[in-house]
Design a protein around this ligand. Structure first.
Ligand SMILES: [Zn+2]
Ligand SMILES: [Zn+2]
Length: 272
């Protein structure tokens, strides 16, 4: 098919989507208001605006946590958060796209339980913008999604981190390797985990696949939410143990102290 007919087709698809939203009005999957956009992401304009708000600056040089205390900024250059100054994390660099707001929590919940494939791709496009702001830090040999335990994967049918990581790898032109890491211990069934439990349940819960090779490689880990950083830390330790020289992480959302008070929907999401 020539380029002209491809462009006509894509234009037609756009017009069709806009008409379809008029003829078959659908609610926004976040706020339930009528959709006012014609794109393939079932979110209204207001919700999309909320979702695309970037995290505030300045951020911790290592983990990307927004830094609010000016004392920290003045005392260290480049600035690091309390946890990074204590050398808590094994990974070298992490950035997240947006805050884990109620709207974001809802969007990620949809990604987890409804397999809206365009949503993974939409998130990947947002993460590319973030990657382009940190080109050197995100330079990698492979893109690896944070894996689910096989029992969880069977239950859900797909890994939501993979839904984001696969299109992201394609957009960045980096090989996608979903099999390198495996989760060897499942998450406990308890819905909400405390801060300490989050660390304890993932410690040593990830391992390299038998035939995986990451020796002297730079790895870009992808996950949906950065909550305590324990998951990315555990994955990073497994990769580092197998010889990875550099581990960077990128997530769609970042839980901040202000976003901890979320609704019941988020508690369901907390299950992994
Ligand atoms: Zn909405
Ligand atoms: Zn930090």
């Amino acid at each position: 098919m020539d380029r002209f007919s491809v462009s006509v087709r894509s234009q037609f698809r756009g017009i069709y989507a806009a008409l379809a939203s008029l003829v078959f009005p659908a609610p926004c999957r976040i706020c339930a208001r009528m959709l006012d956009t014609g794109n393939r992401i079932p979110f209204c304009h207001a919700c999309l605006t909320t979702l695309t708000q970037e995290l505030s600056q300045p951020q911790c040089a290592r983990c990307g946590r927004p830094i609010v205390s000016t004392a920290v900024i003045e005392s260290a250059s480049p600035p690091q958060c309390h946890l990074c100054r204590l050398a808590t994390y094994d990974f070298d660099f992490v950035r997240s796209f947006g805050a884990y707001s109620p709207a974001m929590a809802r969007a990620i919940l949809l990604l987890k339980y409804t397999e809206i494939t365009p949503l993974g791709s939409w998130f990947a496009h947002q993460l590319v913008k973030l990657a382009k702001q940190n080109i050197a830090e995100f330079a990698a040999d492979v893109v690896v999604p944070v894996p689910l335990h096989p029992s969880r994967l069977r239950e859900r049918g797909y890994n939501q981190a993979e839904q984001i990581a696969r299109p992201l790898a394609r957009l960045l032109g980096i090989p996608f390797r979903s099999y390198l890491l495996v989760r060897t211990r499942p998450r406990p069934d308890k819905i909400r985990l405390t801060h300490r439990e989050r660390w304890e349940t993932v410690r040593g819960a990830y391992a390299m696949h038998q035939r995986a090779k990451v020796d002297k490689m730079c790895v870009l880990l992808v996950d949906d939410v950065f909550t305590t950083g324990a998951t990315l830390d555990a994955c990073s330790r497994a990769l580092r143990g197998a010889g990875a020289v550099r581990v960077a992480g990128i997530t769609v959302a970042r839980a901040l102290p202000s976003s901890l008070a979320l609704d019941a929907a988020v508690m369901v999401q907390d299950q992994e």
